[in-house]
Structure formats: structure tokens, C-alpha cells
Design a protein around this ligand. Structure first.
Ligand code: XMP
Ligand code: MG
Length: 179
């Protein structure tokens, strides 16, 4: 285990099994209809890579880089779009992938934007859900795991751009960010 991780919440195997279950649920939902998968950079990339290999409908993949977080752990509640989607979403079924929903601000803003561009449908799938700090009600269609109100890293999630490569989800030691 990484020396800055206090404890593991979900092992690599637990994550893998849950992603497979989610893929089956998503396949059932779409019944072969084509989707545009929109992965929110950077955190959801690991989840997206694992998930899309198990989807059975025609899939196109795109990315958006929008975040309400800087290098700290407190959300400013403001969305900054650093990289927009490149595909035309008008009339498309969008499967929006997020690593984690915390306050809900990021997802809320991205959904609003995609709806405004005329998406036919928007379905959300989030690997982790932290309900304790929710500020905006969000549409959560597929959830991997609910997690407690702690700062977590691994499986794509970072603290100051580190730890995304950890294959498990772990709680970061408070001493790392409380200096
Ligand atoms: P909101 O508050 O908009 O936040 O729902 C979603 C984004 O915040 C980041 N986030 C975290 N990142 N560990 C992280 O590494 C966490 O515990 C955590 N909580 C929120 C994340 O980038 C997500 O997309
Ligand atoms: Mg982050």
C-alpha cells in the first residue's frame, strides 16, 4: 500500500467486479442503441477505460475537462471548462462518466451544458458517490459505490495530480494535505 494512504476502501478486485456489474446494467438500459460516452477528465479515465470494453452497443468516445477543484480539496463551486467535447452531441444518447460526485456542482453544470446543445438523452454513471456533501441534486443513474465523507485517491482520483495510478481506492492520510 502507498505510504500516504491510510486505508483501502475498495480493492482492485472489488472495483473490477463492480465495473462489470455496471456495464451489464448499462447494456440492459440501452439495448444496443448507440451512445456517445463522455468521460470527464482526468479522474474518470481509468473508469472509462475499464467500462467501455464491456459495453455491447456502438460506442464513440469523447472527453471533457471541466473541474471545480484546483490542487486543494475544497470545491469553489465554479466550473472551468479547460477542454470541451469535440463530437456533436445534438440528437445523441450521452453516457456521461464521472469518477466521483461530491457536491454535485461539476455534474450539474456539465449536464446543463450538454442539454443545451440538444442531446437526445443523458445518462450518468459515476464510480463513487459521496452523498454527505451534496449541494446540488444530481441525476445519478448508475453508481459504483457510495463512500464516506473522506478524501479518497486512486483508480483515477488524484490529490495534487498524484495517486491516479493506484489500482485501489484509498483514503488519503490527512497529514498529506493538512500542513
Ligand atoms: P463536485 O463537488 O463538483 O466534485 O461533485 C466532483 C469533482 O471533485 C473531485 N473530488 C475528489 N477528488 N478525491 C479526489 O481525488 C476526493 O475525495 C474527491 N471529492 C471530489 C473530483 O475531481 C470530481 O470530479
Ligand atoms: Mg481532482
Amino acid at each position: 500500500m502507498n505510504k500516504n494512504v491510510e486505508r483501502i476502501l475498495f480493492t482492485e478486485e472489488q472495483l473490477k467486479n463492480r465495473v462489470s456489474e455496471m456495464a451489464q446494467e448499462i447494456n440492459k438500459h440501452y439495448k444496443g442503441e448507440p451512445v456517445v460516452v463522455v468521460s470527464v477528465l482526468k479522474g474518470s479515465v481509468v473508469f472509462a477505460v475499464d467500462l467501455i470494453k464491456q459495453l455491447d452497443m456502438p460506442v464513440s468516445l469523447d472527453f471533457i475537462c471541466a473541474s471545480s477543484y484546483g490542487s486543494g480539496t475544497i470545491s469553489s463551486g465554479k466550473l472551468i471548462i479547460k477542454k470541451d467535447v469535440e463530437l456533436d452531441v445534438e440528437g445523441k444518447n450521452i453516457l456521461l462518466l464521472e469518477d466521483i460526485i461530491d457536491t454535485g456542482e461539476t455534474l450539474h453544470e456539465i449536464m446543463k451544458m450538454l442539454k443545451g446543445r440538444g442531446a437526445k438523452s443523458i445518462v450518468t454513471a459515476m464510480m463513487f458517490n459521496k452523498p454527505a456533501r451534496r449541494k446540488k441534486a444530481v441525476q445519478a443513474d448508475f453508481i459504483g459505490f457510495d463512500i464516506p465523507d473522506e478524501f479518497v485517491v486512486g483508480y483515477g482520483l488524484d490529490y495534487d495530480e498524484q495517486y491516479r495510478n493506484l489500482p485501489y481506492l484509498g483514503v488519503l492520510k490527512r497529514s498529506v494535505y493538512e500542513k
